[in-house]
Design a protein around this ligand. Structure first.
Ligand code: AMP
Length: 445
């Protein structure tokens, strides 16, 4: 199969040739003809599957082939994404694909001045990539009208809900024309996403290119158990032992990112960090330097790392496990992309056993444990498995006090070695799903 057989027009084929894309990926093979035919789409596709081209190519073709010229302050296609980094990345891809088409494309996101964005929108934009908050600001300030909008794409929809954008999505939805094409992409398909899809999509075609919620199988995944306080030391040890060259590291908090970067830099290691407290320009610079291999270790929070596309990243390290199990899939999706193999190592301490269990349950696998001599934890990480159970080892009964005494002895509650302790509930983010006003909607002719 080729891109030409999928029905793409010559100017797009030329761009793809320049980019060296020869064969459509599975998500592209399914999405491109469906979008060209005007269908709504609900696609379960992880990052790294080529999903961006899957929606952007047919979208650009429809914009180039049909519809009116874009009016002032108007937009004809809108791609909503959860973060600034992803907005930049998606727009960069769109720009490359649209190289030979007479279309105006642009990206807007928060954290930077709104005025240049308002100026740019004055003459209208065919395709706009946007984060929800900034898009609403622009709309409320009358810098943007949606009456020409023909297609809406929700990219990484699960992440938008995780980040609490449900209100914004509901408000945007209310402002959009009812007659439009809607494409929803999500790495994972929780019940909340299915509910959202039910409200926003019209007779969608479902595409699932990887088994539901299963992590990329091109990534070798394993964990090392360690005491929390020794994680930095273990990281440096593994880095030196494995002669790691370029590593993306995930930490749970902004402080955690800063502390690890400081520690690494103190040891003369070329490290930098990105998180939401840093200005956009600083984040972009750190990312660019990492991509150019000028920075060896990039430490990031989940939000900041969202959408990073770094070719051939060999290794991802989870310095902390993610609070939301689905983020594990996003994190390891940074490696093993487009057919290459990758490795994902997680440093896990006893506190994180429930997070580990939730990840194993979600990805339906028991992560291989590899002990590192001299780093065996004092606080043992209980065994876990893909059933979501945390297997507690029996506590040793306390020895009776030598003094004896006639009082009652409490032997404590302990489980038999064959018995499995009940799993504690995994931590689930509280998500609000917007309630949309879903009147009957006509599909695009
Ligand atoms: P995505 O899943 O959209 O983030 O894409 C992952 C990476 O695969 C990006 O670097 C794309 O440029 C690349 N890519 C997408 N489609 C193809 C293709 N058909 N052939 C080669 N590379 C591709």
């Amino acid at each position: 199969m080729t891109f030409a057989t999928l029905g793409l027009i010559e100017p797009l084929l030329r761009s793809l040739e320049t980019l060296g894309y020869q064969t459509p990926t599975p998500v592209q093979a399914q999405a491109i003809p469906a979008v060209l035919a005007g269908r709504d789409l609900m696609a379960a596709a992880q990052t790294g599957t080529g999903k961006t081209a899957g929606f952007a190519l047919p979208l650009l073709q429809l914009l180039a082939m049909e519809g009116p010229k874009v009016a002032a302050n108007s937009v004809r296609a809108l791609i909503l994404v959860p973060t600034r980094e992803l907005a930049e990345q998606v727009h960069e891809a769109v720009r490359q694909y649209a190289e030979n088409l007479p279309l105006r494309t642009y990206a807007v996101y928060g954290g930077v001045s709104i005025n240049p964005q308002m100026m740019k929108l004055r003459s209208g934009v065919d395709l706009l990539v946007a984060t929800p908050g900034r898009l609403l600001d622009l709309f409320r300030q009358n810098a943007l009208k949606f009456n020409q909008l023909q297609t809406l794409v929700l990219d990484e929809a699960d992440r938008m809900l995780d980040l609490g954008f449900s209100e914004e999505l509901a408000n945007i939805y209310r402002a959009l024309p009812k007659k439009r094409q809607t494409l929803l992409f999500s790495a994972t398909f929780s019940d909340d996403i299915r509910l959202l899809a039910g409200q926003m999509l019209n007779d969608p075609l479902s595409i699932e290119v990887s088994p539901r919620n299963v992590a990329a199988n091109t990534v070798k995944q394993w964990i090392v158990t360690v005491d929390k306080k020794r994680k930095p030391e273990l990281f440096v040890h593994l880095m030196r032992k494995g002669k790691w060259k370029q590593v993306l590291v995930f930490a749970k908090t902004r402080n955690g990112v800063d502390a690890l970067v400081e520690k690494l830099q103190g040891l003369g290691i070329n490290a930098d960090g990105i998180h939401g407290d840093k200005p956009q320009a600083t984040r972009q610079r750190a990312l660019d330097r990492f991509k150019a291999s000028e920075v060896q270790i990039l430490v990031a929070t989940d939000v900041a790392a969202r959408g990073l596309d770094i070719e051939d990243l060999p290794l991802v390290v989870n310095f902390d496990l993610p609070i939301v199990a689905e983020d594990y899939i996003h994190r390891i999706g940074r490696t093993g992309r487009a057919g290459s193999t990758g490795e994902a190592i997680s440093l896990v301490c006893a506190d994180e056993v429930n997070l580990l269990s939730a990840i194993e349950m979600l990805t339906r696998q028991t992560l291989k444990r590899q002990n590192e001599p001299d780093f065996e934890p004092e606080h043992r990480v209980p065994d876990t498995d893909a059933s979501g159970q945390v297997i507690k080892k029996p506590k040793k009964p306390k020895k009776p006090k030598a003094s004896g005494g006639g009082g009652k002895r409490n032997l404590g509650k302990w489980v038999d070695s064959g018995e499995v302790a009940p799993a504690e509930p995994s931590i689930k983010p509280v998500r609000k799903v917007p309630v949309f006003n879903t009147g009957p909607r006509k599909r695009k002719p």
